[in-house]
Design a protein around this ligand. Structure first.
Ligand SMILES: NC(=O)c1ccc[n+]([C@@H]2O[C@H](COP(=O)([O-])OP(=O)(O)OC[C@H]3O[C@@H](n4cnc5c(N)ncnc54)[C@H](OP(=O)(O)O)[C@@H]3O)[C@@H](O)[C@H]2O)c1
Length: 265
């Protein structure tokens, strides 16, 4: 299928590893020029260079903490200077939390609110005009299955991801008049290097292996498909949603979770 993506331009936050990197690679494979953002200067530049060579597209790395409004302005400036306009924004940067409601200080809530919610608001304000300059575009927000099926040990993550899903619906309603389609993906268990690192750390010096730990996570969460997804499996779906082929998809939340969601939401 021709996804009609060649020559378009995308910003992917958290594009240096895991789901964001797989999405950036997947888009670049279709001929999309990419701007990847993350906090690590070395990683954004290394991955951008590698993607550019591997897929023969223009790839730019912007060092940016997207919870910081000043960093958002830098991303917008880079897009404007390098491309003049934009077609696709993937709000992907995010991370888990592990404090309880009783333990977490306000500063922790504020950081996650800025990272998971305000980054999408601020990036919209900065980048929607650049999408309008291209006649429209696509925004995809990466929330989580935890937005509807919360995990007990990470309330701040659950709450801020739920807010992102509602934000996404409101963005969809507001931006469709500008020919910008907004959707959400809610991944289940995606086996990123970070999950593997956690598994290795938690099993060090025990009788279990990292693989056994990961299998147990799948069992504990009763994931019907019986395994994690690879980031690439999710990226195929992301690339499709970002393409003009998905033209009638607006304001939806898509679960990519191997059946993990226990309701019909
Ligand atoms: N993996 C899963 O099972 C899973 C499931 C559901 C939802 N998700 C969601 O999917 C998204 C990606 O997850 P992942 O597992 O691929 O994560 P990951 O492997 O930990 O990668 C996170 C990416 O985001 C960047 N990042 C983190 N904080 C940032 C900040 N403040 N500003 C800019 N960039 C930042 C990281 O780079 P730096 O550290 O250099 O900034 C990295 O590029 C997240 O929003 C996550 O909540 C993941």
């Amino acid at each position: 299928m021709d996804l009609k993506l060649k020559g378009k331009t995308a910003v992917i936050t958290g594009g240096t590893v895991g789901i964001g990197l797989a999405a950036a690679e997947g888009l670049a494979r279709e001929g999309v020029h990419v701007v990847i953002c993350a906090r690590s200067r070395a990683e954004v530049h290394n991955q951008a260079k590698r993607i550019s060579v591997a897929h023969d597209v223009k790839a730019i790395g912007v060092e940016a903490d997207v919870s910081d409004p000043e960093a958002i302005a830098r991303i917008a400036a880079a897009v404007k200077t390098e491309f003049g306009g934009l077609d696709i924004l993937i709000n992907n940067a995010g991370t888990g939390s592990n404090e309880t409601i009783m333990d977490a200080p306000d500063a922790k809530w504020e950081y996650y609110w800025n990272l998971h919610v305000m980054a999408a608001v601020r990036l919209s304000r900065a980048l929607v005009p650049l999408m309008e300059a291209h006649g429209g575009g696509v925004i995809l927000n990466n929330a989580s299955i935890c937005a509807t099926q919360p995990l007990g040990y990470e309330p701040i993550y659950n709450v801020t991801k739920a807010a992102l899903v509602m934000l996404s619906k409101n963005m969809a309603n507001e931006f469709i008049a500008k020919k910008i389609r907004v959707n959400t993906i809610n991944p289940g268990l995606i086996l990123t290097p970070d999950w593997r690192k956690t598994a290795t750390q938690l099993t060090e010096g025990t009788d279990s292996t990292a693989d056994q730990y990961l299998d147990q996570v799948v069992k504990d969460l009763a994931v019907p498909i019986g395994r994690f997804a690879t980031p690439e499996e999710l990226a195929h779906f992301i690339v499709f949603l970002c393409s003009p082929v998905a033209s009638y998809s607006v304001g939806s939340s898509y679960y990519v979770d191997g059946g993990m969601l226990k309701t019909i939401a």
